[in-house]
Structure formats: C-alpha cells, structure tokens
Design a protein around this ligand. Structure first.
Ligand SMILES: Cc1cc2nc3c(=O)[nH]c(=O)nc-3n(C[C@H](O)[C@H](O)[C@H](O)COP(=O)(O)O)c2cc1C
Length: 185
C-alpha cells in the first residue's frame, strides 16, 4: 500500500506561491508514495471552547482526520513578519487539540520556506520548526529547503518554469523520502 504524505501550504491566497510549490510536488512522489494536498482554506481560528463544549466545527473534524490518515507531512511556509503565517500556525493548533489527541504526533516532516525576497522565509522556517519540536514531529534537518524569488518561478498557468528550482525540489523530495524510509519501520 502507498505511503501517503500530506502537503500543507501556509497561505489562503488564490495565486499563492506556496500553493504552487505544493502542486508542483504532487508529481514528484516516487513509486510507493502518494502526495496529497491538505487544504487550510476553511479552518476557523482555534477556540478551545469548541473542544471543551463539544461543539467542534465539521471543518476541524475533517482536518484532524485528514492529518491522522497521512504517514508524513511536508509544510510549505511563506513568511509573515519574520514568522509563520497565522493560517499555518492555526492549523498546527487545531491539530494539536483536544489535549492528548495531537494528530501531528510522530509524523515525519519536512519544511520548505519561500519568499519573493532573498531571505527565503528563513525566520518562518525556523519558527515552524520550534512548534514542530513540541508537537513531536521529527523534521528532516538536511537539506534545509529555502526557495527565494518565488514570484519569478512560475508561468501564467502556475507551472514551475525554473528548471533549477525543479531540480532542487526533486533532490529535496528524494532526500525526504530516503529520510522517511529510515525513520519509519
Ligand atoms: C502580512 C504580511 C507580512 C509579510 N512579511 C514578510 C516577511 O517577513 N518576510 C518575507 O520575506 N516576506 C513577507 N511578506 C511577503 C510574502 O512573502 C509574500 O506576500 C508571499 O507571496 C506570501 O506567500 P504566498 O505567495 O504563498 O501567499 C509578507 C506579506 C504579508 C501579507
């Protein structure tokens, strides 16, 4: 049976470069793996009352089940004010509760950060890693995956036109799969 890797992009924007990177990865899944987008588009901001009062939005339940069903997770984060965009942090929070039911627990992960700027979302990349430590997501250390100039990489159909970036992403995916296979018995 195929291993399934969830891909989560930290942006709600229609033309999001993070979403485009995620869509590009789908075709890079090697034999024995399937890459699946897990959308964050409909997740309300986490409110603990929902769990405490047993009034959990359907979107939370669907999202938690989707994450539970995957074998690993690849996060693609833009950077907002040198940190993780609220939409992605919110997704981590929703999946981490109710207490004792953290759906991220032990899912081997990878972090890809990106930005139109040269710093490539470095701040977001490492803030995200901080939360993932607490959520018990082992994250691939190397290669670190930073994508700069995200606004120059795609054509008008949203296809990755930069061959260099395609090759880099392929190598990163190959490294993640090798690392995943080592970490999952
Ligand atoms: C509120 C806000 C804060 C931002 N802060 C940063 C930042 O700290 N560093 C950076 O490189 N880009 C920053 N940007 C620019 C984003 O990198 C850019 O909008 C990017 O395209 C967002 O990712 P997306 O294309 O996946 O939606 C910011 C954008 C917004 C809207």
């Amino acid at each position: 049976m195929n291993k399934i890797i969830g891909i989560l992009a930290g942006s709600l924007r229609k033309e999001s470069f993070s979403k485009k990177i995620g869509n590009t990865l789908i075709a890079m899944a090697p034999q024995g793996f399937e890459f699946k987008i897990i959308s964050l588009d409909d997740l309300p901001i986490y409110n603990q009352d929902f769990d405490d009062d047993n009034q959990v939005p359907v979107t939370y339940t669907t999202f938690r089940k989707e994450v539970q069903a995957v074998d690993g997770v690849i996060f693609i984060t833009p950077e907002y004010n040198r940190s993780v965009p609220a939409v992605l942090k919110n997704a981590l929070d929703v999946g981490s509760r109710p207490y004792g039911h953290n759906v991220w627990d032990s899912k081997p992960g990878a972090v890809i950060s990106n930005s139109p700027g040269n710093l490539s979302g470095f701040g977001a990349n490492h803030h995200l890693r901080q939360s993932l430590v607490f959520l018990n997501v082992p994250v691939m250390q190397q290669p670190e995956i930073y994508i700069a100039k995200s606004n120059e990489l795609f054509d008008e159909n949203g296809e990755l036109k930069s061959e260099g970036t395609k090759e880099f992403l392929h190598k990163a995916v190959d490294a993640y799969i090798a690392w995943f296979n080592k970490n999952v018995s």
